[in-house]
Design a protein around this ligand. Structure first.
Ligand code: GLN
Length: 231
């Protein structure tokens, strides 16, 4: 079942049919690189429809946006070729619609990036250090502790660490003492890959969504196909 998103229809009234029933806009998943397909699956487990976004104009027809993990330098290469992306993503984030940036997506929107330094969009007031846990072989499935004391599985793959959190940024979950899920208003950042865990708790928190039948399945200790070790 697809639950209407609280932010649909868009505030400018686009997409409201004559009978007044709201159209449910899908959640967008930026599909330029990385594991966008897994995010679409996680949104579906949360009972939400999604749409892949490959052109800036497609941002008009989505109610929220996922910036998937993968490789942040690949994002930068795309944006060099199509400079309109930076402004389009800034405008989207400033519109108040929910944004979830994971891993390389978080690196892309951080205020400052180190190891090595690289350009970023500064849509979220955090500083990040790339590959802060080591190389691919140091990827692991950990457990994040949420602010309310509950815990959730968190899959870290060549993950960054958040080295500084701005005054406007709330820490929603930590692994050891490191912030791993943060929020500033409508913009959320995760250093891990919530789309690789069975339970779509993060997607549901960011975008709303009901509980679909298969979302009730217990989270596996480690995804056999994600190539990361448990710790
Ligand atoms: N290490 C990658 C980067 O710097 C991020 C890895 C990921 O998204 N899983 O962009």
């Amino acid at each position: 079942m697809v639950k209407p998103h609280p932010l649909a229809p868009s505030p400018d009234g686009e997409g409201v049919p004559e009978d007044g029933r709201p159209i449910v806009l899908p959640v967008g998943v930026l599909a330029l690189q990385g594991d966008f397909a897994r995010h679409a699956e996680a949104l579906s487990r949360a009972g939400l429809e999604s749409r892949e976004v490959r052109r800036t104009g497609e941002l008009r027809s989505v109610s929220g946006l996922v910036l998937p993990g993968g490789e942040s330098t690949t994002y930068l290469k795309f944006f060099e070729r199509e400079p309109g992306w930076g402004g389009a993503l800034r405008q989207f984030a400033e519109s108040g619609k929910p944004v979830l940036a994971t891993c390389a997506g978080l690196i892309l929107i951080a205020a400052r990036v180190d190891n090595p330094p690289q350009a970023s969009l500064a849509l979220l007031d955090v500083d990040v250090v790339r590959n802060a846990y080591g190389r691919q072989v140091d990827s692991f499935v950990g457990e994040a502790t949420c602010a309310d004391g509950s815990s959730m599985e968190a899959v870290f793959i060549r993950a960054p660490k958040i080295a500084r959190v701005g005054a406007s940024v709330e820490v929603l979950a930590r692994e050891s003492s490191d912030p791993v899920l943060v929020r500033s208003g409508n913009v959320f950042g995760a250093t891990f890959h919530p789309e690789l865990s069975e339970e779509p708790a993060v997607h549901r928190r960011v975008f709303g969504g009901g509980r679909s039948a298969d979302a009730a399945a217990p989270a596996p200790a480690a995804r056999a196909d994600s190539g990361v070790a448990s710790r």
